[in-house]
Design a protein around this ligand. Sequence first.
Ligand code: SKM
Length: 288
Amino acid sequence: MNERIDGHTVLIGLMAYPIRHSMSPTMHNNAFAKMGLNYAYLAFEVTNDNLPQAIDAIRTLNMRGSNVSMPNKQKVISLLDKLDPAAEMVGAVNTIVNDHGILTGYNTDGTGFMQSLKDDNLDIIGEKMTLAGAGGAGTAIAIQAAIDGVKEISIFNCHDELWENAKRNVDVINKRTNCKATLHELENEADFKNEIQDGAIYCDSTGIGMKPLENQSLVNDPSWFKKDMIVYDTVYAPRTTKLMSVAQNAGVKHVYNGLSMMLKQGAEAFKLWTDQAMPVEYIHDLLF
Ligand code: SKM
């Protein structure tokens, strides 16, 4: 790192709180070094309160851009100059690009999810997806999958604080894409099982399976899964969640944790900032 930093090094940030646990700085700085690119990526503890000053600093310091994570992904929108149409539909931004003082917001969480499947030659275009959850990750996944051409998405949520967001996601998809989205109650087990069995991919974006809900899963019966489907958990700590074990017990061939999505959302952001492809295999072997 020392050898790389000089008077021309351009800064890229990550603005979130808490954020010290993030693997993004290691991921991006190693990718910059490998590619010989003169950028440095640093994490900054930024809350909703100091977000306006932090966004201004992107312009003042002529930073190339920033990633944005919780709790700033929605709040940041009003502070930017332009918004990518997909980010506007998602209602959240995780990547900012600074072009000569003009800040544009993108969302690479959804494109990263879709790219992680494409890179493994898995094609869900024209297929049906069953998705649990309607938070940040779930919203980005649903909207991007619909934009890219997934035919049908059944969204499951319980009647909690995210129910209204789940309704909003279904509305946006039905009004603005060719995908047919439906909203279902997670409490309805028979419906949940049917929809999972009817789909090519089941994705859990609820965070169940991660601390403090380790060893928990919305699906506990392997017979709910078909061997040729994809089961995707957005959780990456632990590396194998309860849901993934259930799917593996069912003999499901394509079982994912959230690391691929994490890596590919980073790669999509890397491309936006540098116009170069992240060396994803190198980073994968280094970090994961
Ligand atoms: O959307 C990503 C973000 O770009 C980086 C991140 C992290 O470093 O923990 C998490 C997600 O919110």
